[in-house]
Unconditional design. Structure first.
Length: 423
């Protein structure tokens, strides 16, 4: 049967932020793309299955990137000396404007999808640009690669340069056409409604997008409380709102549908209650928050409250697609928060940050992100044999931690999505 096999290797997955299971030289059984279970010895009833032998290698669930701008991938690692608004105006918007040219989009998105395929990410929620046709180019490339992502055509109808500013009616029409095209031509890739952030979208556009999300039963993604200058700007634009999140609520863009809000650095003390809603996922993007001097996010608070807080690469605020890097960055940022801001918020440990990148992020996409029975078999195989050490008898979790710190950007050895091998 297709998408049915028994994979052998050093298996690791989490069941909760504090509970992980590691099985050295164990077996992961997948039937019809779904996990049956993980065993130390292969049960007799599965002895007829195809064997995928990854002995000596690390076998982990695929990771989910809750926030990444595919259209910014080409300038990752450049222009890191500015804060958000200046960085957007000087570098980001001019680059995104180039995607009106589908040939440019084809070249740039080709590089992005190739690299995403070789990264530990199996699912992602992606921002493209305002251009519906070139956003479709990205969708087709992801579909061909076998990566089941949410992709948003970005909406922006104010405070944007002429070359990257839509007329409101056109923005709505293009969004509807884009949604129709993705849903009728893609089976893995799905649309997500993507108002860039409040400063870029008029009230009328936000309300129209909320209606579209409801009528088409689609998720929403945007940015929230990332940068102090941004916060001041939103206060000026929405004087009647009690917080940035409250401004989204007033426009119909909060609650009642699955929504990712990226960053939430300055939400504590203003809007943290709203982030506890069942249908809100927080995309914590520690590399971006550091590069753009945005601030120190308190991931510990949201994790301990049981909020849905996953990780995002936020390329090109973040420099790399590797969520293994986001994991170690999240740990480092949590240590700075604990040391410099609040000593009651203890640092994240590796297991907790891995759980955020796999299980919590994965929950946005369905039953994804762990090897419990019934979950989609998203599998990543990592080869740590290229990292020799004299330290003996490392456990599986220790080897994974070491790999995340030392080789986050190395191409993965193998990758499957819902039991289908892509690499
Ligand atoms: N807020 C609005 N647009 C963006 C963007 O492209 N990147 C980041 N980091 N924040 C944003
Ligand atoms: Fe972003």
């Amino acid at each position: 049967m297709e998408r049915t096999f028994a994979a052998r290797g050093d298996i690791y997955y989490t069941e909760s932020p504090s509970v992980a299971r590691a099985v050295r030289d164990g077996w992961l059984v997948v039937v019809d793309g779904k996990v049956e279970g993980v065993w130390q010895r292969l049960p007799e009833r599965y002895s007829h299955l195809d064997v995928k032998d990854f002995s000596g290698k690390l076998v982990i669930p695929g990771l989910s990137d809750l926030h990444v701008h595919a259209s910014q991938y080409q300038f990752r690692g450049l222009w890191m000396d500015e804060e958000l608004i200046q960085w957007l105006n000087t570098h980001t918007f001019p680059e995104e404007a180039r995607y009106r040219d589908e040939a440019y989009a084809g070249k740039a998105y080709g590089i992005f999808v190739d690299d995403l395929l070789r990264s530990p990410t199996t699912r992602a929620s992606i921002f493209a640009t305002i251009h519906a046709d070139s956003t479709m180019v990205l969708c087709r490339k992801l579909e061909e690669a076998g990566l089941p992502c949410f992709v948003g055509k970005v909406n922006m109808d104010r405070n944007s340069p002429d070359i990257l500013c839509e007329e409101t009616g056109q923005s709505i029409r293009d969004t509807l056409a884009y949604i129709d095209e993705v849903t009728s031509t893609c089976s893995l890739v799905r649309p997500v409604v993507t108002p860039r952030f409040i400063p870029s979208c008029t009230d009328g556009l936000c309300r129209a997008l909320a209606t579209i999300a409801d009528e088409r039963n689609l998720p929403v993604q945007s940015h929230l409380s990332e940068n102090l200058g941004e916060l001041e700007w939103v206060k000026e634009l929405c004087p009647d709102s009690t917080s940035y999140a409250d401004a989204y609520r007033a426009l119909g863009l909060w609650g009642g549908r699955r929504t990712i809000m990226a960053h939430c650095v300055y939400s504590l003390g203003h809007e943290e209650e709203m982030l506890a809603d069942d249908d809100i996922w927080i995309a914590h993007c520690p590399d971006s928050n550091t590069n753009l001097s945005s601030g120190l996010m308190c991931a510990r608070y949201y994790l301990d409250r049981g909020c849905r807080i996953g990780l995002g690469s936020d390329v090109a605020g973040g420099t790399t697609l590797s969520l293994l890097r986001s994991i170690t960055d999240a740990i480092k940022v949590s240590k700075m928060y604990w040391r410099h801001v609040d000593q009651s918020m203890k640092p994240l440990c590796f297991r907790e940050a891995f759980h955020m990148a796999s299980v919590i992020g994965g929950s946005f996409f369905g039953d994804v992100g762990t090897f419990l029975p019934g979950y989609e078999a998203d599998i990543v195989v990592l080869d740590d044999s290229t990292l020799p050490t004299t330290i003996e008898n490392l456990g599986v979790e220790e080897r994974l931690e070491r790999y995340a710190y030392l080789r986050p950007e190395a191409p993965v050895a193998h990758k499957a999505v819902a039991g289908r091998w892509l690499l």
